[in-house]
Design a protein around this ligand. Structure first.
Ligand code: AMP
Length: 466
């Protein structure tokens, strides 16, 4: 299937070809003709599927085919996104795909000065991409008029709800023409009951468009979980990056503070790293992302919200330094790699107390994530026999193992003492000797190289569901 058969105009096809896209992606094949027909759609498409072009291209075509009389250029299309980064990326796509059309666009989000946005809105904007909070600020100041909106796009709607934007969305809806007088497009990676409820409120007899199995991670992503001692995660991560000679890795932590701390520690390990999260100024976030994209920063440590919408071509590695509390976030996180037909690896460092989170994720994605022990760094059996039920159990596990402290005090540059430590443990505990057996079974294991993707039956039993 080629782009030419989707009904797009010559100007848009030219822009698409200039981007080097040869074929439309499945979401584009399904969504573009429906949107061009004027239908409302509810699309289940994960990030990385090409969904942005899927709604931007037909939106540009429709707006261009219905020129307005007024030279004031009222806002005719509104795209709402959950994060600033995603808003910026969507507007960039509008600019890129609309480069041969006489349509104007603007992006507005918080964390930056409002006056340049006001100036831009005053000059006239056909397509407005916005995050909800700042858009409402403009509405309150009467610097934006949304009563002329013909097309509404809710991008990553599930995340908007997760982030508590439902009230803001309702307020914005009240500023738009009634739903039967606009075309409405909703994109969401998952279809929870809340999303379905929202869709009833926002959409007119929508066509359901789904391109990937719901909640399923992108097939091209190789997933792997390493059961590890939580006190040694940073050490393991530094080692993996160095030994694997990873040029670009996106690392997820659960908290902003954790992201800052990890980025600092990695810098102390000699890796160029920076953190991106909601407490950073917009300028710092933009700079961090730009540095990461151009390769001057090797490790970007991010929280879930900050990473939402990051579009980094050919990002080969994503690491879950800590598993997310919400299993759906795992899907969003690993969707940062494996984009646009590229392969990617998503590695999770799973401590004893995170085993339940891992099982929840596996249940959600309906598949087992291969487990691999890292010789010398794994957590041990007793925790498995008595699964952690929260932080306290986790702490007990650590004390019982005596692992974190001992190995930490002992810690020499990793790889050098791995075998010695391994042997030490083998003498004292059965699960450790099993771990040693699993190493022997896996010829790719050695002290200097993290075990490569594959399947360890011991690891499977170790992490398997109870
Ligand atoms: P998205 O899902 O919109 O975040 O898009 C993910 C990536 O796919 C972006 O880097 C796009 O530039 C790229 N992309 C979009 N459409 C195509 C296409 N038809 N062929 C190849 N890459 C594409």
């Amino acid at each position: 299937m080629s782009f030419d058969s989707l009904g797009l105009s010559a100007e848009l096809l030219r822009a698409v070809h200039e981007q080097g896209y040869n074929e439309p992606t499945p979401i584009q094949i399904k969504a573009i003709p429906l949107i061009l027909e004027g239908r409302d759609i509810m699309a289940g498409a994960q990030t990385g599927t090409g969904k942005t072009a899927g709604f931007t291209l037909p939106m540009l075509q429709l707006l261009n085919s219905r020129p307005v009389d007024s030279h004031k250029r009222p806002v005719r299309a509104l795209v709402l996104t959950p994060t600033r980064e995603l808003a910026a990326q969507v507007e960039q796509s509008v600019i890129t795909y609309g480069r041969h059309l006489p349509l104007s666009s603007a992006v507005i989000f918080g964390g930056v000065k409002i006056n340049p946005q006001i100036d831009k809105l005053r000059r006239g904007v056909d397509i407005l991409v916005a995050t909800p909070g700042r858009l409402l600020d403009h509405a309150r100041q009467k610097t934006v008029d949304l009563s002329t909106v013909e097309m509404l796009v809710l991008d990553e709607a599930d995340r908007m709800l997760d982030m508590g934007f439902i009230h803001d969305i309702r307020k914005i809806m009240a500023l738009l023409p009634v739903k039967s007088e606009r075309q409405n497009l909703l994109f969401s990676a998952t279809f929870s009951n809340e999303i379905k409820k929202l869709s009833h409120q926002l959409l007119n007899h929508p066509e359901l468009v789904e391109v990937a199995r719901r909640n399923a991670p992108i097939e091209l992503i190789e997933q792997l979980a390493h059961p590890v001692d939580k006190n040694r995660k940073r050490e393991i991560l530094s080692h993996m990056i160095g030994a694997g000679n990873w040029r670009q890795v996106l690392v997820f932590t659960r908290t902003k503070h954790g992201a800052n701390r990890l980025a600092k520690q990695l810098v102390m390990d000699g890796l160029s790293a920076t953190a991106i999260h909601g407490n950073k100024s917009q300028a710092a976030r933009t700079r961090a992302l730009a540095d990461f994209k151009k390769g001057s920063v090797r490790v970007l440590v991010a929280t879930d919200i900050a990473a939402r919408g990051l579009d980094i071509d050919q990002l080969p590695h994503v690491v879950n330094y800590e598993l997310p509390n919400v299993p759906e976030d795992y899907v969003h996180r690993i969707g940062r790699t494996g984009r646009a037909g590229n392969e990617g690896t998503a590695i999770s460092l799973v401590s004893a107390e995170e085993q339940k989170l891992l099982r929840d994720i596996e249940r959600l994605i309906n598949r087992e994530i291969p487990k691999q022990l890292l010789p010398g760094y794994e957590t041990i059996g007793p925790v498995r026999q008595q699964p952690a039920r929260g932080a306290e159990n986790g702490r007990q596990g650590d004390r019982r193992n005596g692992r974190g402290k001992n190995t930490g005090n002992n810690s020499q540059p990793q790889g050098r003492n791995g075998q010695r430590r391994q042997n030490g443990r083998n003498q004292s505990a059965k699960p450790q000797s099993e771990s040693a057996q699993s190493q022997t079974r896996n010829p790719s294991s050695n002290r200097n190289t993290p075990v490569r993707p594959g399947y360890s039956s011991l690891a499977d039993r170790f992490m398997g569901s109870d």
